[in-house]
Design a protein around this ligand. Sequence first.
Ligand code: ADP
Ligand code: MG
Length: 322
Amino acid sequence: MNEFELIERHFRRSPRSADVRVGIGDDGAVIAPRAGMDYAISVDMLVEGRHFVAGTDPALLGHKTLAVNLSDLAAMGAQPRFALLAGALPSSDPQWLAAFMRGFDALAARYEVELIGGDTTSGPRNLCVTVIGEVPAGAAITRAGARAGDVVYVSGTLGDAALALAVADGRVEVDRALVSALQRRLDAPDPRVALGVALRGTASAALDVSDGLAGDLAHILDASHAGATIDAAAIPCGDALRALLRGPRRDVALQALLAGGDDYELCFTASPAMRERIAALAQQLSLALTPIGTISEEPGLVVRDEDGRRLPLLPRAFDHFA
Ligand code: ADP
Ligand code: MG
């Protein structure tokens, strides 16, 4: 199959939304902003050998490629609307591509995200998605709004994806019955779209935890010119990780919890006055929203252990060039 046959077969579709003036098939897409709305735009790339191993299930990869992007929009409080998909593929394997698009399209359908363009080229496997989301003018949540006294929250649980990798590498062992759930957290993250949208006007700052809590929270602190003290024991995690934290492989568990990466939960800050509103939101979304610490004036991140002692060395967040 040549490039244009691939595009026709796998990507071409007619515009669905009224605000898509020109969709796939021209040199560019044309979308019309709706009155009173801002667009939030983000791009994220998944590279074979870096973000996923060769031979990864293409349907899961299709899901994840979009999910990591929707997670960025969620962190901005934006409702996802459009996506562009650029792919480098080692060969024109229609079966692989069909499975990839099954995963991609299923998640896109769940959030009514419309594919409006992309690029297709041969090369080492690399999938890059651009997403465009809508947020009422001026209402986007950024990393810069945290203030001293605000409470730091995280959604869901952290560390499971990193623990799945540690189990796969043989660095730790966990109860066999728990392995597939951990692996699912790594392979098929569930972007916190509804939470992000609901946090507009409630959160003072937010980001998605993709490179580990300690490093990612530091981005909020830098952008907000603030510091924070968090309580390691309060960080929500699954049973497997909780058990490891009490055992001889505590180092691996703490690393997964604080610097693991691939969590795709939201970390956000909010004034203490929002406590009840956030508790109600957790109920409504059936999603744990756990307070883990407090924003302070003094710059820097302090993590306290179960006994209130300061952890001397924070595990380092993932950095592609470190
Ligand atoms: P050009 O050469 O002008 O960049 P292409 O031939 O690359 O255009 O693409 C033709 C059309 O198909 C464009 O509208 C483009 O957005 C779309 N397209 C190409 N690849 C993809 C893809 N992977 N996903 C979605 N749309 C794609
Ligand atoms: Mg062109």
